[in-house]
Design a protein around this ligand. Structure first.
Ligand SMILES: [Zn+2]
Ligand SMILES: [Zn+2]
Length: 369
């Protein structure tokens, strides 16, 4: 099939000094350009910042910076249930106390809403409680943030410390500090609880788009006696990103480009890639049959529809339908699969990195109804 799609990579969960991040928009945009990203969406806590959207450029290239918002109820204990809103074009923090109203207001305004880091563990040694999603009586949201780098690091660190044989405060701090120096050794993939939730929703016939992000703050932290600026923006922009395929190229015209990007993100014409383990730009997941399409597309099921997966390097490729692996190959860069029943089919790729096989690519589903 002739390639008619245009690929762009971005990061859509970022904090600035308007909430608890370290840098301002222009500096973060330059970090994104250095990391090779095409777009970023800044999502400060409970503040919708206006007047900063647009293309930012330097000698290395340009990046489209858009504004979203990460909303949560600050009076809630713990301050869980963080909601990522994109494209609503208005302040949403006023609806923070009612998660359903927040979803309805976001989508009602033409935006898209995702549950941020739905599952994580307490990291009690630094007084970080679990900030996963706790308010499950909701409907109508666009999707899940299936992989949040900082949240995954928090959970991995909590488990590392829990697993220590000699559990005292100093050994725990030292373990955490070691992990902070080399986070890539501890990041294995999305939280399995989030993937299971996603598969459950898909099995119920829902359309649930997935995104993956950094949650970059650029914050210096103290780990016991040590202080260090950990997780700089640029480092995180080379880690877990969302890759989209657009039917037309970005033109440089901001309003138009914003519309194209957000639609692709909301519809799930995208995948989550752990680019630190290997660039995922050339990944493709398509369906061919009476109609041709890509991840995020929805077609009536017909015999002969063929799913095709192409990866940028040899890896383990799995096709998953409603939580069940229906096809799997090892050390391949292609897989063709002919589904025998309707359903939502998604793809996972795993690759060896830093001595272990790790999650690499998580595609949005192709929906065969
Ligand atoms: Zn959050
Ligand atoms: Zn955040």
């Amino acid at each position: 099939m002739v390639e008619t799609w245009h690929h762009y990579s971005g990061n859509m969960h970022i904090h600035t000094r308007y909430s608890d991040g370290e840098k301002l928009h222009a500096d973060i945009a330059h970090d994104a350009i250095q990391a090779g990203l095409d777009f970023i969406i800044v999502t400060d806590h409970n503040v919708y910042v206006t007047g900063v959207e647009g293309y930012y450029a330097n000698s290395a290239g340009r990046v489209l910076l858009l504004t979203g918002e990460e909303v949560h109820n600050v009076r809630r204990k713990p301050q869980a249930s963080h909601f990522l809103a994109y494209g609503a074009g208005k302040e949403l923090a006023t609806y923070a106390t009612d998660p359903q109203a927040l979803i309805d207001q976001t989508l009602g305004a033409g935006g898209y809403g995702f549950l941020a880091h739905p599952f994580e563990d307490d990291l009690s040694i630094v007084d970080q409680s679990d900030l996963g999603w706790h308010d499950w009586d909701i409907e109508g949201f666009s999707g899940l943030e299936i992989w949040n780098y900082m949240s995954a690091f928090k959970t991995a660190s909590a488990r590392l410390i829990d697993g220590l044989h000699w559990k005292n405060k100093l050994t725990s701090f030292l373990a955490l500090f070691r992990a902070v120096l080399h986070p890539e050794r501890y990041i294995t993939g999305p939280d399995p609880r989030t993937l299971a939730l996603w598969d459950d929703y898909l099995a119920k016939g829902m359309r649930i788009a997935a995104v993956g992000n950094s949650d970059a703050h650029g914050t210096p932290i103290r780990v016991g006696p040590f202080q260090r600026e950990i997780f700089p923006y640029e480092f995180l922009f080379r880690a877990v990103n969302t890759h989209v395929l657009l039917p037309e190229p970005l033109s440089g015209e901001m309003e138009r480009d914003r519309r194209l990007l957000l639609k692709a993100i909301g519809r799930g014409h995208s995948w989550v890639g752990y680019d630190m383990a290997g660039k995922t730009d050339a990944f493709r997941f398509t369906v061919q049959g009476t109609k041709n399409g890509i991840m995020g597309d929805e077609f009536q099921f017909g015999m002969g529809a063929t799913l095709q997966i192409r990866t940028p390097a040899r890896c383990r490729i799995r096709v998953i339908r409603h939580g069940m692996v229906v096809a799997e190959v090892e050390r391949e860069s292609n897989l063709t699969y002919i589904p025998s029943e309707p359903g939502a089919y998604r793809v996972e790729c795993l690759i060896p990195y830093e001595g272990h096989e790790r999650g690499w690519i998580y595609s949005n589903p192709i929906y065969l109804r």
